[in-house]
Write a protein that binds this ligand. Sequence first.
Ligand code: SF4
Ligand code: SF4
Length: 358
Amino acid sequence: MGYVLDGEGLDGLVRELARDYLVFAPVRKVGAGRFTDVDQVIYDFVDDASQIELDAKSDYSFKELLTPLSQTLFYYTEDQVREAGGIGSAGDPAREGDTRDVLVLMRACDLHGVKRLDAMYLHNGPEDSFYRRIRDRVHFVLLGCPQTFEHCFCVDMGSNVAPDNWEFSLERSGEGYACAVENESLLPLFERYATASRDVVPAHVTQNDVHVRVPKTVPLELRTSPVWDEYNHRCIGCGRCTLVCPTCTCFTMQDVAYTENGRVGERRRVQASCMIDGYSTVAGGASYRKQHGERMRFKVLHKVYDFRQRFGYDMCVGCGRCDDVCPEYISFAACVNKLSDAVDEWDAQHEGSVARDA
Ligand code: SF4
Ligand code: SF4
């Protein structure tokens, strides 16, 4: 069912939704960007429509709600363990104990990102109960995308059209807003604040400026390709590309001791990144991927090859945030295209002679 509404209608709608739900949406933080006078768009809880950033791509994704930067899993004493709970343990201590479900506003690519997070935390062996507990309370609102943003390549990754796991859509339309409502239990709310309209279809992008050619398969021999070598010099291993990525899921564990003997404290899991120092360090101080080029290879192949071998679709959803944020202007999209060229070259040289690792 479609609806159109004006600014006043949207205000009323969001205020009423925020009474029943925690509403998590992209918010513009004025002056909080990397440089002077540059804004940053990040996710935050809102209770007013004016706080929602509808027009820009968010610099960071929604994922800190489901996989917080730092999440307390449990508290321990010498003879007791108590699990942490609530959305509060998922990134916002002020909301510890708040039992309302959460409505998250996000674009089509990020909705596909949720599918990737679910795959890793729920369908990759035993379910992760901490993720499950938050995930069961989270529902989605689709933000329509009337045009592409810089660095996006969602069309080539097949994530430009949203999967159908959203409650309603929202986007600007003329002087007002348009919503398509999928969850029928929300219809009375829309009847109060909006006017029914037959022609509302959430906008999606059909053309990006950036194009990516994902290789169907990658020969094992290309682990030592010169493609990776340039990143030994260019990449500084800051990990920003992975922290903004809606599909990166890696974490590390930290025990925070409250007492000198270490027997009372809490255990946290903290987001980690394959691009930074220490991630692949093992006992004895050795490291699997010391060179930044090796880390780039690991990340890129996970996004557009390994994950597909396991789940049948690529991990990367083409949001372009990694390219937006890299301080060294390294383009993930360009790297994937260089990899495809290297695969083509390898194919031409070895045509018919060597069986691929499938
Ligand atoms: S790898 Fe880059 S483009 Fe792909 S989903 Fe992650 S941040 Fe977005
Ligand atoms: S953001 Fe750029 S420099 Fe930083 S780790 Fe990623 S690719 Fe390397």
